[in-house]
Design a protein around this ligand. Structure first.
Ligand code: C2E
Ligand code: MG
Ligand code: MG
Ligand code: MG
Length: 282
């Protein structure tokens, strides 16, 4: 009887777990092949200056053009890339692609204002001993002015080995590169930490923005985060703006920049250039 029960369980559990394992292994193999076949692309989401209503820059967001699954979003593969040690390679590739785009924008005859490009950095990049050398090499190769390059880091990066991290961030700052604390409020950083690091801006995570709804009259943590940023002489960017109401509230609260589907999703390079060419006043 007991044996039968055990056997029954075995049949219930095992196939499901087996499927999961196979799925993960397939994804790992797929990812390795994707790197070889260069199946990644970078899309760019406009970031709007709330004061002027103009585009201030773009966030570079990686996508995987999978041969059968179509466009795959980073939340589905970045964690696996971290696990199998591909993340640094992929991330440096995104950085170089984004810098190539920045160079195109910096040379664009119709753009008078400087447009920035932001790139997400995995914390793991900072454990590459030659990380700064890679950055320098990319700057040299793409011939960008690094003053318009923005690197997005996350709070957890500041948690351990913070002396080494601070040294690296200071080095980036020396190159005129700007630093943004992404998804602010979702990690573990303490406020007393933050002002030790050369961070130029805080980005409010979309989960906080999306809690701001007309019928709830509750702005949650958003006013506090904007207050923290401004009190530390940082600018503040809100991500994930989907409604007019959220935009109005953010303007009232003197949020500096915003991005979200209300303005635009992330678009391919060709669309970026069309957008920029269509508005010669920038
Ligand atoms: P993130 O840096 O917080 O990026 C913002 C995410 O919010 C992006 O998702 C963007 O497409 C999405 N988003 C923007 N506006 C809206 C909106 O109005 N509504 C909703 N619901 N979502 C919006 P995505 O592209 O899927 O990226 C997810 C995360 O993957 C990013 O979060 C970032 O942490 C990571 N990531 C993306 N590209 C890279 C990369 O090149 N390197 C590394 N290391 N991480 C990356
Ligand atoms: Mg980001
Ligand atoms: Mg973000
Ligand atoms: Mg976020």
């Amino acid at each position: 009887r007991a044996k039968a029960l055990g056997k029954g369980r075995y049949h219930v559990f095992y196939p499901a777990m087996h499927q999961e394992v196979i799925k993960v292994l397939e994804l790992e193999n797929d990812l390795r092949r994707a790197v070889e076949r260069q199946e990644f692309v970078v899309h760019y989401q406009p970031i709007i200056c709330l004061n002027t209503g103009k585009i201030a820059g773009f966030e570079a967001l990686i996508r995987w053009q999978h041969p059968t699954k179509g466009l795959v979003y980073p939340t589905a593969f970045i964690p696996v890339a971290e696990e199998i040690g591909l993340i640094n390679f992929i991330n440096l590739w995104v950085l170089e692609s984004a810098c190539q785009t920045l160079r195109i924008l910096q040379n664009h005859p119709h753009i008078k204002n400087n447009l920035n490009i932001s790139v997400n950095l995995s914390p793991r990049l900072f454990s590459l001993t030659n990380f700064l050398a890679h950055v320098d090499q990319i700057i040299d190769k793409t011939k960008i002015n690094p003053a318009n390059l923005v690197l997005e880091i996350t709070e957890n990066l500041l948690m351990d080995k913070s002396d080494e991290i601070k040294t690296t961030l200071d080095e980036l700052k020396d190159r005129q590169i700007k630093l943004v604390m992404d998804d602010f409020g979702t990690g573990y950083s303490s406020l007393s930490y933050l002002h030790n690091f050369p961070v130029n801006a805080l980005k409010i995570d979309k989960s906080f923005v999306q809690l701001m709804q007309k019928n709830q009259q509750n702005l949650g943590l958003v006013p506090a985060i904007i207050g923290i940023a401004h009190s530390m002489a940082m600018t503040v960017i809100a991500e994930g703006i989907e409604t007019q109401y959220q935009l109005e509230q953010l303007k009232n609260l003197k949020c500096d920049f915003a991005q979200g589907h209300l303005f635009s999703t992330a678009i391919d390079l060709e669309s970026v250039l069309n957008l920029v060419a269509a508005a010669p006043q920038w």
